[in-house]
Design a protein around this ligand. Structure first.
Ligand code: NAD
Length: 501
């Protein structure tokens, strides 16, 4: 890897002040397209987490008392500032993550949609009431903030995932501590600078960079009440267990293995189009990547040649070149090596490589972390490349005889994030949707990530907790219900009614 002399700053943000903490360790941040080091994230420890919690605590009461409509005004200003900075943010995502500019725009756009949803908080926070639950007794439910919340983020969506969390949490009246991924911390810094500019009071949102030690301090801090986590499943499970043991509410979204079933009657060119994006978009580094195609019957003979041709036509490289790269770099050389190892193991275990991206070279960028699209045919469920979340531009193909066999393969998987089917039969699609064991289902669309107003609804080993990220479930997660039952025995002095009424 190459080190540049000029590095971008990566400060923490605590109590309205930006500063780089005096810590022993920094995690290098790279531009995966060029291999250059562009920054270094400070690895903050428990003392710094403590400072951030104190700042969030000091701001909590005033922020809770701030009427929701005033919170919304800040969020509206924020939304406009995000729009103004849209291209700058997309470039930041591309620079530290390596995904193409077009993909980075999607990352930012989907995040802004969560801010737009949060602007409806006056509607979303409304409670419930029922008169006369018994004679003369009324009952109502109000939603109040849970208190100090924290968000711990993965590297693969530097803009979207942080924005899954803090806009809704603060709209609900909570204060927040954001721990971005130490691999892609810079977009978060810019996102929060803009929020500060929008007028968010000091201490309502704090940013602390770090790794495991920082996360452990969050998990055990007695004043933090709720934790949102997105990342790999083993870490998600750990966060859920340790967070709940420490009395916190936790939503922890994990990894995935998503299946795309291609029926013999599918419109193959449409399935191929969808699959190219699902399997290779963001270089496969998406929890909603369509990483396995299950072809049913003779769909294999139609789908695999077209899919292979489409994969071979993909241009690997950075997004700012002509012709622009359609497939960017992966996050690090270590991650590229892990993916290559999985492909190699797949081949040894009997899969056949029909498209091999391992030798992809990008002239002018010899130090970029590139890997070309790869397709493995005749994968079976006992292979390591099937069991692991590969998280790279690799498509496995499993051949099934019928829908039942396809469902058996998909439903035997420990993960349960997304799944989709390509077919012209409504009856087959209905059967699939009804029986498939996954929380997000697509019918004739690639693995579909739900929009801001629906929950991001992973199941099983893909999600630990109860209330999901986004949508109304997020509102429930970031609030707690207070139910008040009321009876008045006699009229007070303000009584204006005649006694006989
Ligand atoms: P990761 O689990 O390595 O890291 C996520 C966060 O956890 C980071 O902030 C990191 O600092 C922290 N962390 C890492 N190891 C830790 C440990 N041992 N103890 C405490 N904290 C730890 O994930 P990643 O590689 O950054 O992101 C990719 C993963 O995220 C993939 O598995 C992907 O599927 C998943 N993901 C899931 C969703 C979803 O909605 N389900 C969305 C995006 C990404």
């Amino acid at each position: 890897m190459v080190t540049t002399t000029e590095q971008l700053p990566c400060p923490n943000f605590i109590a309205g002040e930006w500063s780089t903490p005096d810590v022993a360790d920094f995690n290098p941040v790279y531009n995966p397209s060029t291999g250059e080091q562009i920054s270094a994230a400070p690895m903050s420890g428990p003392d710094i987490v403590d400072q951030a919690v104190e700042a969030a605590d000091a701001a909590a009461y005033d922020w809770w008392q701030t009427p929701p409509v005033e919170r919304i005004r800040i969020l509206f200003r924020y939304k406009m500032l995000l729009e103004d900075a849209f291209e700058e943010l997309a470039k930041s995502v591309t620079r530290e993550h390596g995904k193409t500019l077009q993909e980075a725009r999607g990352d930012v756009r989907r995040g802004i949609e969560v801010v737009e949803y949060a602007c409806a908080i006056t509607e979303l926070l409304k409670g419930e009431c029922l008169e006369n639950i018994a004679r003369g007794i009324d009952c109502d439910l109000q939603r109040q903030p849970v208190g100090i919340c924290a968000g711990i983020c993965p590297y693969n969506f530097p803009a979207l995932v942080p924005m899954w969390m803090y806009p809704l949490a603060i709209a609900c009246g909570n204060t927040f501590i954001l721990k971005p991924s130490e691999k892609v911390p810079l977009t978060s810094v810019r996102l929060i600078e803009l929020l500060e500019q929008a007028g968010l009071p000091k201490g309502v949102l704090n940013v602390v960079h770090g790794g495991r030690e920082c996360v452990d301090a969050i998990l055990t801090h007695p004043k933090i009440r709720a934790i949102s986590f997105v990342g790999s499943s083993p870490v998600a499970k750990y966060i859920f267990e340790k967070g709940t043991q420490n009395g916190k509410r936790v939503q922890a979204a994990g990894g995935a293995k998503n299946f795309v079933v291609v029926m013999p009657d599918a419109e193959i060119p449409k399935a191929v189009d969808g699959m190219v994006d699902s399997a290779f978009g963001c270089a496969g580094q998406r929890c909603m990547a369509g990483s396995t195609a299950i072809t049913v019957g003779k769909a294999a003979d139609l789908f695999i040649p077209e899919m292979s041709a489409a994969a071979q036509a993909i241009n690997v490289g950075p997004t700012d070149r002509t012709p622009a790269g359609q497939l960017g770099a992966v996050i690090s050389p270590e991650h590229r090596e892990r993916i290559k190892q999985l492909i190699e193991t797949g081949e040894k275990e009997g899969a056949s490589i029909v498209v091999d991206g391992r030798q992809a070279k990008v002239p002018d960028y010899p130090n970029g972390f590139y890997l070309g699209p790869t397709i493995l045919d005749r994968v079976n469920p006992s292979m390591a490349v099937h069991e692991a979340e590969v998280f790279g531009p690799v498509l496995n193909v499993i051949r099934a005889d019928d829908l039942q066999q396809a469902l058996d393969v998909a439903n035997a998987c420990a993960f349960g994030n997304g799944c989709c089917i390509y077919t012209r039969s409504g009856q087959v699609a209905r059967e699939f949707r009804h029986r498939v064991k996954a929380g997000m289902v697509g019918i004739n669309v690639g693995i579909p990530a739900p929009m801001a107003y629906f929950p991001f609804s992973g199941w099983d080993y893909s999600f630990f907790g109860d209330l999901h990220i986004q949508g109304r479930e997020a509102i429930y997660f970031y609030t707690r219900a207070k139910v008040t039952t009321t009876r008045w025995f006699s009229a007070g002095e303000g009584d204006i009614w005649h006694k006989d009424k």
